[in-house]
Write a protein that binds this ligand. Structure first.
Ligand code: VGL
Ligand code: ZN
Length: 361
């Protein structure tokens, strides 16, 4: 960095003064978008040519003005192809570029999804401290509380693993269902945490890990940790309610009978509320947090894992899960990065690519 003054970043200025502009301009959008176009139309010819649009992208998606390796010319090409199908943008086409790409990057609608911070995973039958990684699930509580207190999320969702007593995932229930012939372990030999294959009602194979009974509906073990700051207008999402099927993901794709608090119903509710970004954290990173993140990416949410607000059961499984999550388009961050991302001050190139995906689907 030289000592010369940092070039003005149009978007940083936009984000820090947006409330002022919103007041001045009434519904504001038209003039915000015009100001932006005029700022980047350096030669004033009424068209953003490739170079001018690339400069816009750099200011939008890079913390330093000269873009360097964070956002390449090819990235700009890709966005132009997706959004306008040509090499330059006129003022009319820019309206759509602003509305469908730039605006959501500057003003994301963000939800925090706190996964399964329940007594059984902290001090109960499936306590993380007894798992291979020997972590303390309770440590996520102050980190999550601070996020809720300091970050302006549009919505906070708390999920609960919420099993009936005859649930398929409980080791103690292994004898009340038939094993499938393909099961690598027979019923008599199965031990706790083994993965076996049951035969479903139509004889279909159902792979299942056998956990100790945990998060039984209405039990103390299923309650959220007592110190978790649960605000009044949160969403409560319960999963794993179908005795014949286990759901690790809060956003699993097929509905559970008599349960519309999670899965597709929750995804629909969040989309209807205009939520673009999902920050996911909780217990456990390698199982329920990870599965939820993979589904959130598939559903087209810009998905962010808050790593220090999560804990794991097993280190190797977590490394593999992190690889999958990142390949799925998700960003892994720490809690101190979240506030500036939610306010639009920090805008990650990786999440901008996900926004492009949303445009073509
Ligand atoms: C979970 C095992 C079984 C979790 C739920 O929330 O990570 N793990 N059920
Ligand atoms: Zn469970």
């Amino acid at each position: 960095m030289t000592s010369s003054a940092k070039q003005e970043n149009f978007f940083d200025d936009f984000v820090t003064t947006r409330s002022k502009h919103a007041v001045e301009n009434g519904n504001g959008n038209a003039s915000e978008e015009q100001r932006c176009f005029q700022f980047f139309d350096r030669d004033g010819d009424g068209i953003l040519n490739h170079g001018e649009f690339h400069h816009l992208c750099c200011q939008l998606l890079s913390s330093n003005d000269d873009c360097d390796h964070q956002w390449t010319n090819q990235d700009t090409d890709k966005v132009l192809q997706l959004l306008v199908k040509q090499e330059e943008v006129d003022e009319d086409k820019f309206k759509n570029v602003w509305k469908s790409w730039i605006k959501p990057i500057l003003s994301p609608k963000c939800a925090l999804l706190v996964v399964d911070v329940q007594n059984d995973f902290i001090s109960g039958s499936l306590a993380l401290k007894n798992a291979p990684a020997k972590q303390n699930g309770e440590e996520v509580v102050p980190v999550i509380n601070k996020l809720i207190e300091t970050v302006k999320f549009d919505k906070v969702i708390f999920s609960q693993d919420w099993h009936p007593d005859n649930h398929i995932s409980f080791y103690k229930n292994r004898h009340i269902r038939n094993f499938h012939s393909s099961s690598p372990i027979a019923a008599e030999e199965a031990k706790l945490i083994d993965t076996v294959v049951f035969a479903g009602h139509n004889g279909e194979p159902i792979e299942q890990t056998l956990w100790p009974a945990h998060c039984v509906q209405h039990s103390t073990g299923a309650q959220l940790h007592k110190d978790l700051q649960v605000e009044a207008n949160h969403i409560r999402a319960r999963k794993g309610t179908n005795p014949e099927h286990d759901s690790y993901s809060v956003l699993y794709p097929t509905p559970e009978p008599n349960n519309n608090t999670s899965g597709p119903a929750l995804a629909k509710q969040l989309k209807q509320q205009g939520i673009t970004d999902l920050y996911v954290c909780g217990l456990a990173l390698d199982i329920c947090v990870g599965s939820t993140v993979l589904d959130a990416c598939r559903l087209g949410f810009r998905t962010i894992v808050v790593e220090d607000a999560s804990r794991m059961l097993d280190e190797d499984r977590t490394i593999k899960m992190k690889r999958k999550m990142e390949a799925g388009g998700c960003l892994v961050v720490t809690s101190n990065e979240v506030s500036d991302m939610v306010s639009g001050l920090v805008r990650h190139p990786k999440l901008a690519h996900v926004t492009e995906l949303n445009i073509i689907t």
